[in-house]
Write a protein that binds this ligand. Sequence first.
Ligand code: F6P
Length: 321
Amino acid sequence: GRKIGVLTSGGDSPGMNAAIRAVVRAGIEKGMEVYGISRGYEGLLDGEISQLDRSSVGDIMQRGGTFLMTARSKRFMTEEGQAKAAMMLETFGIDGLVVIGGDGSMRGGLSLAKHGITVMGVPGTIDNDLGYTDYTIGFDTAVATVLDAIGKLRDTSSAHERAVIVEVMGRNCGDIALYSGLTGGAEEVLVPERPFDLNELCRKIVISRNRGKRHNIIIKAEGVDISSAELARQVQEKTGKETKVVILSYLQRGGEPTMRDRLLATLCGVKAAELLADGGSQSKAIGTVNGRIVAYDLEEALQQKRPFDEEMYDMIGVLAK
Ligand code: F6P
């Protein structure tokens, strides 16, 4: 059988372990030898490669993080590093690789594909910033964490009649802010995809307080071009209402993956193993579109720009009025 490798790369996301488990067990079932590569591309360059069996991925599906560990490798960013990494795979007799990670990690995979490795990209990132797939593994769990935080912040903010700016992750993508804002009932969501008007935001806060609201929840994506501290300072000055900041940061990256993330991870992992077991040499990006699992040409998939859901964004304003 074919020898394949699996690695996780870039920021970890809840559900990565479920994806690894699926690749390993489905791969072995299909008669392949599956090798785990530790620390992403960094570990690949160092030859941290060892064979996995069914039991080596037992009891990990429900855990956040990634048992293979992950890294952001500078060495791998160079042409030379990529050639070396491809050579390392060749040394181990591995010609198929499952890369679980976000945009940068998949681009890394594409560079290996150009050196003759068949690469399956599995979308693991909390950011939901890939254009070709509706959802990425870890996004649902990250949003659930934000929702939990919003609930707690509502309690204390109401008690003190405060406004709170909740800064969420997402890099240049506003999806974590958008989804948690809409389903968490935030009044205002600031995202990199849309400009925002400070005066309008402050007007809304003042009007809502005059109507009897006791708190204001404002979700701000980290990619918005003003620091949360500075925004809070300006809002407090303009509204006269006490305004606090909570940066959720890495809390959003941990925790037990939700059913949706485990399911997406499992289905994508199995698909990756199946495509490699079929002996194909075409590199693919795996994801989900309209509820179905899809596998697109890796290079073309990575060229797709992520559309921003304007309709959902506009709903937030309507529902929070
Ligand atoms: O891509 C996931 C992510 O958590 C982003 O939301 C964030 O901007 C970034 O990673 C943080 O990177 P690091 O883990 O290197 O601090």
